[in-house]
Ligand binder design. Structure first.
Ligand code: ADP
Length: 174
């Protein structure tokens, strides 16, 4: 990864709901009506207005993304994307890559400065962290190399272990 690209990607550990960025990405489910994990944390922190806006969207297919306001979050917007449930076949990586690409395409269109991603599909949806991380880093690096916006992407990991997996993966990415 070249130096310019590396400067645009940051790894942080902590709670994504605390980040004052243009948009945080939610690892949602197809209903967009809330769930557990990071989805539940985002809805709790954003307040009931977020669920009300999500109800107007009519759900979201796996691999696609939708944007709402962030309401009581420090982030101005939430980009909701639906990761694949891990099955262990080649469709997993294609769908996961689409989540990153489609979320970034929304951010690019709106000329966002900073967007933060959780480890989509790596919780309840069962995607092994190391494999998901390779997909995430490759998709983000490819998108940023071709687009001026968003200027920065933050991978917001929930544990030091996850952070280490991401650091190693970025080191290995050409
Ligand atoms: P999925 O259903 O896509 O697997 P989960 O919410 O179950 O989504 O998990 C996705 C990842 O988000 C997991 O690695 C989990 O540890 C992490 N996570 C959970 N809560 C938060 C949070 N508040 N901020 C950042 N990451 C979180």
């Amino acid at each position: 990864m070249n130096a310019d690209l590396r400067d645009r990607i940051e790894i942080r550990i902590g709670d994504i709901t605390r980040l004052p960025v243009d948009a945080i990405v939610n690892a949602a489910n197809r209903s967009l009506l809330g769930g557990g994990g990071v989805d539940g944390a985002i809805h709790r922190a954003a307040g009931p207005e977020l669920l009300a806006e999500c109800r107007t969207l009519g759900g979201c297919p796996t691999g696609e993304a939708r944007i709402t306001r962030g309401y009581r979050l420090p982030a101005e917007y939430v980009i909701h994307t639906v990761g694949p449930v891990y099955r262990g076949d080649p469709r997993d990586a294609l769908l996961l890559a689409r989540c990153y690409e489609n979320s970034l395409a929304i951010a690019a269109k709106r000329k966002f400065d900073a967007v933060a991603f959780p480890a989509i599909s790596c919780g309840v949806y069962g995607y092994p962290m190391a494999a998901a991380c390779r997909v995430a880093v490759a998709a983000v690096a490819e998108f940023l190399a071709a687009h001026r916006f968003p200027r920065r992407v933050i991978f917001m990991l929930f544990s030091e272990d996850a952070g280490e997996v991401y650091r190693a993966c970025i080191e290995e990415t050409a």
